[in-house]
Design a protein around this ligand. Structure first.
Ligand SMILES: [Zn+2]
Length: 328
């Protein structure tokens, strides 16, 4: 089993428990290959965080985690983003993740967050072990850390044939001779995973097929060939290629007299009327989209007809992605 080496810089010794948990964690990638983690905790409490960061040889590691707010050090005004910049100067090709306490999130400015691949809240940190492991592996094993071609980048995502053109249109591209880095690749993955578009999560795939999310497990095996297996893939956070999902629905719903996959899905063998998804607003069948119950942060994601919903007032439309809507 290969070992991934992590280093964790933090002024809060109680976070050592996360490092202890990582040291017994085993990550299984999408091909079934296993990796262990060897993580080292660097305690910055009552020390100068810049000096301590400069002492480390980051090229020996596959990933860094940095506490964002360093109020327990001798430089209370310093932020982890400054340490992140030191790390990326010394070791440009390792992923850097930030961690912070929930109550501090409001005080963080969005520029500082750019210093990290992602900034995680410590209360949810243990859910992210597979994200960290998959990022460490991808950064470590990518032969070309700098990319000059969008084709190379898109091929890393191993898109279904139906989505390849779209990915080429929306992916980041090298500009003015400046090549793309693995950090750009990670940012693109985050965008693809955050919004329904070329990639859909299980809730969306169920809805596109016209069945309830609770029924999806029954039909999941139909979509094996549409499953995302590209870079940063983890078995815990699945996605499916939208175009391939639709092709599979029409192939299995032979001769369905409709051009809509959510109607055709009802013709697939073993789809019972109890599986049919209904609109969260009017309670009729064939809701075309998932949308939010309202525009608040605590809104629930529910199946909706286009006619029973309207555009989300705050989420900007993105070409080639689904429109984000809210209930009327
Ligand atoms: Zn409706």
């Amino acid at each position: 089993m290969k070992t991934l080496k992590f280093i964790w810089l933090d002024d809060s010794p109680k976070r050592k428990r996360f490092v202890d948990a990582l040291n017994v964690y085993v990550f299984t990638d999408c091909k079934g290959k296993e990796y262990s983690v060897a993580a080292k905790f660097v305690d910055l409490s009552n020390l100068d965080p810049i000096e301590e960061t400069n002492k480390q040889d980051f090229t020996k590691y596959d990933l860094v985690v940095i506490d964002h707010v360093l109020s327990g050090t001798t430089q209370t005004e310093r932020r982890g983003s400054t340490l992140a910049n030191i790390v990326s100067d010394k070791a440009p090709n390792i992923p850097i993740f930030g961690i912070t306490a929930d109550d501090k999130l409001k005080s963080i400015n969005s520029n500082a967050i750019q210093a990290y691949e992602e900034l995680f809240l410590d209360e949810h940190f243990s859910n992210h072990s597979s994200t960290l492991a998959s990022a460490a592996i991808a950064f470590k094993t990518t032969k070309k850390s700098l990319l000059s071609s969008t084709n190379t980048l898109v091929n890393m995502f191993a898109p279904a044939e139906e989505e390849k053109e779209i990915l080429l249109r929306i992916c980041p591209r090298p500009e003015n001779g400046i090549k793309l880095s693995m950090r750009d690749v990670y940012r693109f993955k985050k965008e693809l995973f955050a919004y329904p578009g070329p990639l859909l999560d299980d809730k969306w795939v169920a809805n596109v097929m016209g069945v309830k999310h609770e029924s999806f497990k029954k039909f999941e095996a139909l979509f094996t060939t549409a499953l995302y297996k590209g870079i940063f893939c983890t078995p815990e956070d699945k996605r499916w290629w939208r175009g391939a999902v639709k092709s599979i629905i029409f192939k299995n719903a032979k001769n369905a007299p409709t051009a809509f996959p959510w109607e055709a899905g009802h013709n697939i063998v073993n789809v019972l009327s109890a599986d049919h998804v209904k609109c969260g607003y009017c309670n009729e069948r064939y809701p075309e989209v998932l949308g939010y119950s309202d525009a608040s942060k605590s809104a629930k994601l529910i199946p909706l007809h286009i006619k029973c919903s309207k555009e989300h007032p705050y989420i900007v439309k993105k070409i080639y992605f689904e429109d984000i809507r809210i209930q009327r």
